[in-house]
Design a protein around this ligand. Structure first.
Ligand SMILES: *Cc1c(COP(=O)(O)O)cnc(C)c1O
Length: 414
């Protein structure tokens, strides 16, 4: 955190923030830090202060900032061909699609850009499959979703969000969704019927605060979907691609969904790349002109996505996440439950991903995030009193200890 030459001042930080507040919509409430460089798990602000990135772009940066393999592949492709539109073939989409199909164990993929677009794609495919394959009468399809979900920001997706801030005054809302309690198998069993085409869920709820469902729940969802003849759609945009120690979080219960929804880390932290992966008998309902995207499957995206998939196929990131996750769990234990508002009331960890609930009477999540920042750790609060910890999977053991020490200090006081 020492300052070296050529760096700005607190006045420059303030000026950058004022400019953003003046000219960009206030749709976020960022911590007061202005970043200008990143390498691996570390970022540097305009004043030359270094921080351990424990948010990782909501898990888009699983491989860290500027991973050399990803940078090299992207730079090579940038200079060669970046965008063709899908009106023509490009030489990168085929290899990427084949590799991602192999990684997911599915027949085919449909590439998009952002996570929300991939979720929308899964919803459209599910509905079409429901009408054309399952035989649901026109406009009668329903999709079951979970309380506390986060699937993105489109008008349809916020229609089935139960987060007031994300949803209020964006109506009229898209019909056709039913909400059940996350983790409650019986509630799901009661919600599905002959017209249910899909059950959409996050195998771990990320924005919800790293909420891990009870053991057996994902297997129950699989069985309920099978009985109801509905598609199990797993939104693994945040939980997937090694974050939880497995390629997909569904693997923790040896469950294979019908549709994987992927994004975030699929773009290696360089570029938005998303996709759904599913089998031929489901994806064949998509015909030319019935869905698309100008940028989806572009050669730059495909080249980066392909390198990401190649790195994941080697298994190193999954192993690191598992190993470092055990260390993180161990280090966090002493911060649990003094009952006096100076500790954590609950810690949920899956791989290198943790949700830390601050004890009632303790500082707010925002205050803890600001104190963490002062200790050189960047993390973000969610739902008022939860801190989410998700460092890039390239962090070292010492850096995991460093971040837990910072949490302990942040809880103890300014
Ligand atoms: C981030 C996220 C999304 C939305 O992705 P965007 O790229 O922001 O549109 C959807 N689902 C989950 C589980 C996410 O974490």
């Amino acid at each position: 955190m020492t300052s070296s030459h050529n760096h700005g001042s607190t006045a420059q930080t303030a000026a950058h923030i004022a400019q953003v507040e003046r000219y960009a919509a206030h749709n976020y409430h960022p911590l007061p830090v202005v970043l200008s460089h990143g390498e691996g798990a570390w970022v540097t602000d305009v004043e030359g202060r270094r921080y351990l990135d424990c948010l990782s772009g909501y898990s888009a940066l699983n491989f860290g900032h500027g991973h050399p393999r990803l940078l090299a592949r992207a730079q090579e492709q940038l200079a060669r061909l970046t965008l063709t539109s899908r009106a023509f073939h490009n030489d990168q989409l085929g290899p990427f699609a084949e590799a991602l199909a192999a990684l997911t164990g599915k027949d085919m993929i449909l590439p998009m850009n952002t996570g929300a677009e991939a979720v929308e794609t899964a919803l459209k495919v599910s509905r079409r499959w429901g009408y054309r394959v399952k035989g649901v009468p026109e406009n009668e399809a329903n999709i079951v979703v979970m309380e506390g979900n986060f699937h993105g920001r489109t008008t349809t997706i916020v229609s089935f969000s139960d987060d007031k801030v994300a949803r209020d005054d964006y109506g009229p809302y898209t019909p056709g969704f039913r909400t059940v309690t996350y983790g409650d198998s019986q509630a799901l069993r009661e919600a599905v019927d002959d017209f249910t085409v899909a059950v959409l869920l996050e195998p771990v709820q990320g924005e919800g605060g790293v909420v891990i469902p009870p053991e057996g729940y994902l297997r129950d969802v699989r069985a309920i979907c099978d009985e109801a003849g509905a598609l199990m759609v797993a939104d693994e945009i945040q939980s997937g691609l090694a974050r939880t120690g497995r390629t997909f979080a569904c693997e923790h219960e040896e469950v294979v969904p019908d549709v994987y929804v992927l994004g975030k880390a699929l773009g290696g932290g360089l570029y938005p790349v998303s996709a759904i992966a599913t089998n031929h008998e489901i994806l064949e309902v998509i015909t030319p002109g019935s869905h698309g995207s100008t940028f989806g499957g572009n050669p730059l995206a495909a080249a980066i996505g392909h390198e990401v998939v190649t790195m994941l196929a080697e298994g190193e990131f999954q192993r690191r996440s598992t190993h470092l996750g055990h260390l993180l769990t161990e280090c966090l234990q002493p911060l649990l439950g003094h009952g006096d508002g100076t500790g954590l009331s609950e810690v949920r960890v899956r791989g290198l991903w943790a949700g830390l609930d601050i004890e009632p009477g303790g500082p707010s999540g925002r205050v803890v995030s600001e104190r963490l920042m002062a200790h050189g750790v960047l993390a973000k609060d969610t739902h008022g009193s939860t801190i989410r910890i998700a460092p890039p999977l390239v962090v070292t053991e010492d850096e995991v200890r460093l971040l837990v020490d910072a949490v302990a200090e942040a809880l103890a006081g300014p």
